[in-house]
Design a protein around this ligand. Structure first.
Ligand code: NAP
Length: 256
């Protein structure tokens, strides 16, 4: 069965770059119309929207800082008024802020947790009236990383925020699962994007990934992660609920 998202409307947060961009384009390729959210990169968001239109689908561009409740509410006001429905929400946007925990401030902590955790709460609360109790199940997907379960240098705040995110998803399941909505996490390995290139020691980390990956000498691409998100956005995954699926080419098995 091919994955066909024809007639579906998907919102992808942080769709201007990296994994969000690849997901928005993959969705359009599968037939969905896509709302491209961004916060600073207007030109990049426009390029993604152009690509979606080239694929024959509709695209809307919405600027909103997902860590701000008012911004999220305004984005959903736009969706309700201009589009009128939503089938898929991908809460992808996150912030890095790589630093030692011993030097972290309250402000650093708040930034990581507001963008990486609290945003999901705002987004799900706003999206539920549009997603719930429809003929096909609504789908919510968010993105975590190995830092949720491992200790990685300079990654304490982000890792802790991802652990909280995964827990939030499991607990949301209890409240939204019976309302016709699936919520799941994609836990991605290291992908070459703007944020991961800023990781301390990035070059070595990418080299190690090739060694640890158990699928031959192949790196993980944003498009690989997008394919897993696509599966979780489709009816093929209707019985996957509150789960965290790892996509890393088997790297975690080797402790990477
Ligand atoms: N890259 C990896 O190795 C990796 C591994 C595991 C998990 N992940 C996760 O995958 C997701 C995407 O990561 P990425 O590496 O693709 O990121 P990226 O290339 O750095 O892009 C980040 C995207 O998020 C948007 N964004 C950031 N803060 C935002 C905010 N407050 N409101 C709205 N949009 C915001 C950015 O928008 P602008 O362009 O407008 O700034 C951009 O589109 C994140 O959740 C990340 O933690 C990444």
């Amino acid at each position: 069965m091919n994955i066909d998202l024809t007639d579906k409307i998907a919102l992808v947060t942080g769709a201007s770059r990296g994994i969000g961009r690849a997901t928005a384009i993959r969705f359009a390729d599968a037939g969905a119309d896509v709302i491209v959210n961004y916060v600073t990169s207007r030109n990049a968001a426009e390029e993604v929207a152009d690509e979606i239109v080239r694929l024959g689908r509709r695209a809307w561009i919405v600027k909103a800082d997902v860590s701000e409740k008012e911004d999220v509410e305004m984005m959903f006001e736009f969706i309700r008024n201009e589009i009128g429905r939503l089938n898929i929400l991908v809460s992808n946007a996150a912030t890095g802020g790589f630093r030692p925990l011993l030097a972290a401030t309250n402000k650093n902590f708040d930034a990581a947790f507001h963008t990486n955790v609290l945003a999901l709460m705002y987004l799900v609360q706003s999206a539920m009236p549009l997603l719930e109790n429809k003929p096909t199940r609504g789908k919510i997907i968010t993105i975590s990383s190995h830092g949720a379960i491992a200790g990685l240098p300079m990654y304490g705040l982000v890792g802790a925020s991802k652990a909280a995110l995964e827990s939030l998803v499991r607990h949301f399941t209890l409240e939204i699962g019976d309302k016709g909505v699936n919520i799941n996490v994609v836990r991605a390995g290291l992908v070459a994007t703007d944020s991961s290139r800023r990781l301390p020691n990035a070059e070595k980390l990418f080299k190690d990934q090739i060694i640890f990956t158990q699928v031959g000498e192949r790196i993980l691409l944003p498009e690989d992660v997008a394919n897993t998100i696509l599966f979780l956005a489709s009816p093929l995954s209707d019985m996957i609920q509150g789960e965290t699926i790892t996509i890393d080419g088997g790297a975690a098995i080797r402790g990477a």
